[in-house]
Design a protein around this ligand. Structure first.
Ligand code: SAM
Length: 313
């Protein structure tokens, strides 16, 4: 049975870049009392089936039986391999479907993030593709490292991921932030992109799940409604400073701290219609639209005006 044949009970969910399916397994286990939930979940990986087993056999031996459990059969049947998050709208099995929730935990393309990384471009293309599969009010859940040290966090958000630019340019606004990891999802095992390393990284203790809601708003409106945090970074050699456009400052929701709360609200399972009502005043705003970094500037040249160097502190 697929969601179109059964009474609509839960939101349709697409899990991207699952790596070892341990998140899918943990999500199903956590909500095992929710009958029929499995058929609303489509778990996917970027790799082929063979590549996946070559890399992650150990964890897969633990997670796959959970997806294959009798009552979770539909979830196992929904598994898709070779799914590129940048081209969801072109995928023959996905392109005509609406996913009310898309989960992409710790997205990474394996590129060297300190050199010429393709990661911000990948995230940009992912949000642009996702917006073609979702309606206003639908959401993207994305777990990302959230360093305690301020300048490291700013560097990750603004430079390594370019996450505010990627989401806001596609009309997505950050609405909440929760703790993420194996406390909240027992059995979840974080993996790296290029290795079969099955251990959680040290940063995974500091993962946060960011929830973005699709809106009909422009980048400018989102910037105004949920202003990004602006950070600064200085090149050690040239001493030049650059501006980092980071996610808006937001407290971590307290309902996810112990992983025991498995009600609908934390994971947002029940099917309730969300009506999105944009409320933007038309007063003029002044803001930097362009990131300082030339790599990011190239990616976002549509939404930009020449970048101003930030004044020295
Ligand atoms: C750092 S790992 C995280 C894996 C898993 N989601 C987790 O939370 O542990 C990044 C994952 O993104 C996947 N990936 C890389 N490029 C992708 C793309 N274009 N579309 C979808 N997934 C991609 C990789 O195959 C890898 O499994």
């Amino acid at each position: 049975m697929n969601p179109s044949q059964s009474p609509k009970k839960y939101k349709t969910r697409l899990f991207l870049g699952e790596g070892n399916f341990s998140f899918t397994a943990a999500f199903l286990k956590k909500h095992e009392a929710k009958e029929g939930l499995a058929q609303f979940i489509t778990p996917t990986v970027f790799e082929s089936r063979k590549e996946l087993w070559d890399k992650h056999a150990k964890v897969l031996h633990a997670s796959m039986p959970i997806l294959a459990k009798k009552k979770n059969q539909p979830c196992q049947k929904n598994i898709l391999y070779n799914v590129d998050a940048r081209k969801l709208h072109e995928h023959p099995n996905l392109k005509d479907k609406r996913f009310q929730r898309i989960h992409f935990n710790c997205p990474h393309d394996g590129s060297n993030t300190m050199k010429s990384s393709d990661l911000p471009l990948m995230l940009k293309n992912f949000f642009q593709s996702a917006k073609l599969m979702q309606h206003n009010g639908d959401k993207i859940h994305m777990a990302l490292p959230c360093e305690h040290i301020k300048h490291k966090r700013e560097f990750r958000e603004g430079y390594i991921y370019g996450i505010f630019l990627a989401s806001a340019n596609a009309g997505y606004k950050l609405i909440s932030k929760r703790k993420f990891g194996s406390n909240r999802y027992p059995g979840y095992v974080h993996t790296e992109t290029n290795t079969a390393k099955p251990h959680a990284l040290s940063i995974s203790d500091e993962l946060r799940e960011y929830v973005f809601e699709k809106t009909a708003l422009s980048y400018k409106d989102i910037y105004k409604l949920t202003p990004p945090h602006l950070g600064l970074v200085r090149n050690k050699k040239s001493k030049k400073q650059a501006q980092l456009i980071c996610l808006p400052k937001m407290d971590t929701c307290s309902d996810s701290s112990d992983g025991e709360n498995s009600d609908d609200s934390e994971d947002d399972l029940s099917l309730t219609d969300t009506t999105y009502l944009p409320s933007v005043s038309s007063s003029p705003i002044s803001m930097p639209l362009t990131p300082y970094f030339s790599g990011l500037r190239k990616i976002y040249n549509n939404s930009s005006s020449p970048a101003k160097s930030p004044s020295k502190p």
